[in-house]
Write a protein that binds this ligand. Structure first.
Ligand SMILES: [Zn+2]
Length: 483
C-alpha cells in the first residue's frame, strides 16, 4: 500500500532492480545421445516443424507462442551449422518422424517412447497433442518401464499435454536442458493466456480499487507461469489452485490506495504478513526507531549489521535473488529474536554467544550482559515495531509483560512543503509496520512471507518490488508495481 504522495519524482532507471541471475547451465541432458539428430536439426531448422504440427500447436497454444518458437528456431539457425549438416539432420528427423508414426500405428509403445525422447521438447509437445489419451497412457507406461530413471522428459511432456500442468518434480535430465525448460515455459504461458490465473486465482477476481489495467493484468498472468517454472526447477511440487498457492505462501493479492495503485498498476501480496517495514513517505522520525530495532535484531542473532535500510535503499546492482536472501536472513532473525522472550535458556545462550563474538565485543548496540535486561529490550522492541501488548502477552503464553516495557509514543508523519522546500510535521500519526488487527500481522512471524519464486517471477516480467525498488521509500515488502 502506498500513499498518494508516493511514486513521484523518482528516477526509474535507478529504482529498477537488476534482473535475476539465471541459474541454468547450458549443457546437453545426459541421457540424450550427444548426436541426437532431432535436437540439432530442430534447433537449426524451424522449417522441420511440419505445417500440421504448427496448426495443432496454434490451436492449442495460441499463435503468438508458435511465432515465438519459430523465431527462436530461426535465430538458432543463423547462429551456426552449415546447410549441408542441416540437410542431413532434416533427413534424420524425417526418418524419426516416420518411425515414430509407425511405432504408434503398430502399438510399439516402447519404441515410440524412445523415439519421442530423441526429439527436442520443441517437437515433443506438438507430436503428443496429435495423440489420443490412450496413446499417452501407453507411451507413458512404456517409458516408465523401459527408460526407468531417464523417462522424465517424456512423462513430463505427456503430463503437461494431458493435464495442462507440471504434475511431477523436475526430472534430473531436464535441469540441464534450458531449451527444453524454455519451451515448456512458453507452452504453459500460452495455456495460461486462456485460463488467466494468477497464483491460482482468476486475474479478474483480484480485488482492486480502481480496477487493474489490462496490460498490468497480462504481466501478472505471465508471472504465474514464471513462478511455477521456478518452483518446478527448485524440485518442489508446483502449486496450481488458489488453495495450493495459499499454503505455498501467497495468502492474498489485491490493490487499493494511492500511487501506482490509483493508476491500476500495482498489487500488494500478503498485505498482513508482508508489511511496509521502513521508508514510508514522511515517516523519517519513525524510521529512526525502527532502524535501531532492526540493528539490534541482526546484531544479536546474526552478529552483523542490519541490511535494513542500507541494502534496500541502495541495492547497488545486486540481483533480486541476492536481495531476497539478505532480507530473508533478517526476517528469520526477527522470528528468532522475538521467540527468545519465551525461551530463557536460548536467550542466555544467545547473549553469551553475542558477547563472545567479534561483533559483540564492541557492543556498539549497547546490549546488557544481563539476559533479563535483554529480554526487556526485546519486549520493548516488539511494541516499537507495532506489535500490541495483547499479542505480546499471547507470545509470552500468559506470562506478564516485563516491568518498564511501555507502549511507544505516537510519532507524527512529515509532509514535504514544496514552497518552503522543507519537511513539516503533520498531525497524522505514522503507522508502525506491524500495527493492524490481523492474526497474521505479528513481529514473531517475520516480515518476508512472500515465496522467493513469486518475487523473482514478478520481477522477471518487469515489475518493481517495493522492498528494494523504490529508492528512498524502499521497504514496502508486499508491493509490486509497473513503472
Ligand atoms: Zn502497495
Amino acid at each position: 500500500m502506498r500513499s498518494q504522495t508516493q511514486d513521484r519524482e523518482r528516477d526509474s532507471s535507478k529504482r529498477q532492480p537488476a534482473p535475476p541471475v539465471t541459474r541454468h547451465v547450458n549443457a546437453q541432458p545426459e541421457h540424450i545421445e550427444p548426436a541426437s539428430p532431432a535436437r540439432q536439426t530442430l534447433a537449426a531448422h524451424p522449417s522441420a516443424l511440419k505445417p500440421t504440427d504448427i496448426l495443432v500447436l496454434q490451436q492449442t497454444a495460441g499463435n503468438q507462442a508458435v511465432q515465438r518458437m519459430l523465431t527462436t528456431g530461426i535465430q538458432r539457425q543463423s547462429q551456426g551449422g552449415t546447410d549441408q549438416n542441416a540437410g542431413a539432420q532434416a533427413n534424420k528427423v524425417q526418418q524419426m518422424t516416420a518411425d515414430f508414426d509407425k511405432a504408434l500405428q503398430d502399438g510399439d509403445w516402447g519404441k515410440a517412447a524412445l523415439i519421442l525422447n530423441g526429439f527436442a521438447m520443441f517437437d515433443i509437445l506438438p507430436r503428443l497433442e496429435k495423440m489420443t489419451p490412450d496413446q499417452w497412457r501407453e507411451v507413458k507406461a512404456a517409458a516408465e518401464k523401459i527408460m526407468a530413471g531417464w523417462e522424465g522428459r517424456v512423462t513430463t511432456a505427456i503430463e503437461l499435454v494431458e493435464h495442462h500442468r507440471l504434475l511431477s518434480p523436475i526430472p534430473a535430465g531436464m535441469k540441464a536442458d534450458p531449451q527444453g525448460i524454455e519451451i515448456i515455459k512458453r507452452y504453459m504461458k500460452a495455456l495460461n493466456q486462456k485460463a488467466r490465473l494468477v497464483f491460482g486465482r482468476p486475474v479478474e477476481s483480484i480485488p482492486a480499487t480502481p480496477p487493474l489495467q489490462s496490460h498490468f493484468k497480462d504481466k501478472l498472468v505471465e508471472a504465474d507461469t514464471e513462478a511455477k517454472i521456478r518452483v518446478w526447477e527448485a524440485g518442489k511440487t508446483v502449486p496450481e489452485t488458489a488453495a495450493d498457492w495459499t499454503s505455498y505462501g501467497v495468502q492474498s493479492i489485491g490493490s487499493g490506495g494511492g500511487g501506482k495503485h490509483a493508476e491500476g498498476l500495482a498489487v500488494d501480496i500478503n498485505y498482513w504478513s508482508a508489511p511496509y517495514i521502513i521508508g514510508e513517505y514522511g515517516e523519517q522520525a519513525l524510521d529512526k526507531e525502527l532502524g535501531a530495532v532492526y540493528a539490534r535484531i541482526a546484531g544479536l542473532i546474526n552478529k552483523e549489521k542490519s541490511a535494513i535500510p542500507a541494502l534496500i535503499l541502495k541495492p547497488g546492482g545486486r540481483g533480486v535473488e541476492e536481495l531476497y536472501d539478505a532480507l530473508q536472513k533478517e526476517s528469520e532473525a526477527m522470528k528468532q529474536y522475538f521467540g527468545l522472550v519465551k525461551d530463557t535458556e536460548a536467550l542466555k545462550k544467545i547473549v553469551n554467544e553475542y558477547f563472545a563474538s567479534d561483533f559483540g565485543k564492541t557492543n556498539a548496540l549497547g546490549f546488557s550482559k544481563d539476559p533479563d535486561e535483554v529480554k526487556r529490550q526485546i519486549e520493548q522492541d516488539y511494541l516499537i515495531l507495532g506489535g500490541s501488548i495483547k499479542q505480546l502477552e499471547a507470545l509470552l503464553s500468559g506470562e506478564p509483560v516485563m516491568k518498564g516495557v511501555t507502549t511507544p509514543g505516537v510519532v507524527y508523519r512529515m509532509e514535504f512543503n514544496k514552497e518552503t522546500k522543507t519537511w513539516e510535521k503533520t498531525n497524522k500519526p505514522a503507522d508502525r509496520p506491524f500495527q493492524g488487527p490481523h492474526p497474521e500481522r505479528k513481529p514473531e512471524s517475520g516480515f518476508l512471507s512472500i515465496p522467493r519464486e513469486v518475487v523473482e517471477a514478478l520481477v522477471a516480467v518487469g515489475l518493481t518490488w517495493g522492498a528494494v525498488g523504490l529508492g528512498g521509500e524502499s521497504g514496502d515488502i508486499m508491493h509490486f508495481d509497473l513503472r
